[in-house]
Design a protein around this ligand. Structure first.
Ligand SMILES: [Zn+2]
Length: 400
């Protein structure tokens, strides 16, 4: 079924179709319901002058746009495609602005999963310091779940907003292109993708209602006035090392009182390790950050120790850098975290590589190189996501 061939078709059809009717144009509260295209359904659609989406001849179903409050179809509905059409349009049309909040990230992922229900489900890992959930989407192919895994994490550092948008874009692209792009279909059929655009929900929310440049989680530090642990210095990997993180609660790189003593770290570590030790294993892990334009490999905790498959990782990083540059000339650099950035302990990628047993493991620092820094202009969201998607494609195409 190819109901939504592309976002362009989706928006073009819907807006063009509704524009001529008396329906209000923002579609807030409108639902899209899929039902059998029966005589009864036909007659209600005609009587009420309802807008319809593409029908599927194959299944004999049709998707109908339902105004708020209309219940005529409730008993005839096979599946709710969109819970709130206005919200979906507002979100999906806009990889050109930073629109994500935690509630609408959940809505966005729910709408995606509802639209592509054979290929996706929303997954949640909980609870954060503030009782919230870390929400992601699990994407899988025709043969179902349980293949080797690809995990993408974003926004473990709260202020790095571009790292929210890039994994959102990738989830959206994998699903919306599944029916039309053979290469993407082959990857979705081959791997289970687990995509978490925001792994630090409390911190991310605080960047919207408190301090835009907040980095850490929002945990109380015993006996300290300053809040928060750096969730990328808190993992149980080389945590006791004297350098590579701060022991002072008021700094941005505070590693916590003990390894993995932030609930978010604990939750994420359990998840990556569960996936890594599943029969299919963890084939690829990427932790998105900004900014610096780098594709980095383990390790952060040592500049001399090399991953057992270091040659492969460096070659993949170099290839991804080339793929990214080929889109519009943006220059990223490749290399190990310790050599490119400096010594870092308790970091996500080292743990996921060593303990969760990810085969191919990268930290990608997205645009830019400091001109705008964490406050990357919205008109760079789509270019950043598009070129990074080329890098991801290179990795998926090349990994063995
Ligand atoms: Zn970061």
């Amino acid at each position: 079924m190819k109901l939504l061939l592309s976002l362009g078709l989706f928006l073009g059809f819907t807006i063009a179709d509704l524009a001529g009717s008396s329906i209000q144009p923002n579609y807030a509260g409108y639902r899209v319901l899929r039902m059998n295209y029966s005589a009864e359904v036909r007659s209600i659609i005609k009587d009420q002058s309802l807008a319809t989406w593409e029908a599927s001849e194959h299944t004999g179903e049709i998707d109908v746009v339902i105004p708020p409050g209309m219940t005529a179809f409730d008993d005839l509905t096979n599946h709710v495609m969109r819970h709130n059409l206005g919200r979906s349009i507002a979100r999906e049309a806009k990889f050109n602005e930073y629109g994500t909040t935690m509630p609408n990230l959940r809505d966005f992922l729910s709408d995606l999963a509802a639209t592509y229900l054979k290929n996706a489900e929303v997954i949640t890992l909980g609870k954060t310091v503030k009782g919230g959930e870390i929400t992601g989407i699990h994407i899988y192919g025709a043969s179902g779940k349980g293949r080797p895994a690809v995990i993408l994490f974003g926004t473990i550092h709260a202020r790095e907003w571009i790292s929210t948008m890039v994994p959102e874009h990738h989830a959206f692209s994998l699903l919306t292109k599944y029916d039309t792009d053979e290469e993407i279909k082959s990857w979705v059929d081959k791997y289970d993708f687990y995509i978490f655009p925001v792994t630090n929900p409390d911190g991310f929310t605080f960047t919207q209602n408190g301090n835009r440049l907040w980095r850490k989680n929002r945990q109380v530090n015993k006996g300290q006035t300053c809040l928060g642990r750096d969730l990328n210095r808190n993992w149980d990997i080389s945590w006791n090392s004297a350098d590579g993180a701060s022991s002072k609660a008021c700094t941005d790189t505070y590693k916590g009182d003990g390894a993995s003593d932030a609930p978010e770290t604990k939750i994420l570590a359990l998840f990556t390790t569960k996936v890594g030790r599943s029969p299919g294993g963890l084939q690829l892990f990427i932790d998105y950050h900004s900014y610096a334009q780098m594709v980095m490999t383990p390790y952060g905790y040592s500049c001399t120790k090399l991953a057992a498959n270091n040659d492969i990782l460096q070659s993949l990083a170099d290839g991804a850098v080339n793929a990214i540059r080929s889109v519009s000339g943006t220059v990223y650099a490749g290399g190990s975290i310790c050599k490119k950035y400096g010594k870092v302990i308790g970091d996500t990628v080292d743990y996921v590589h060593d303990v969760s047993k990810s085969k191919h493991t990268f930290t990608i620092e997205l645009r830019d190189k400091g001109r705008y820094g964490f406050v990357l202009p919205p008109d760079q969201i789509l270019p950043t996501a598009t070129e990074d998607f080329a890098g991801l494609k290179y990795l998926l195409r090349t990994m063995r």
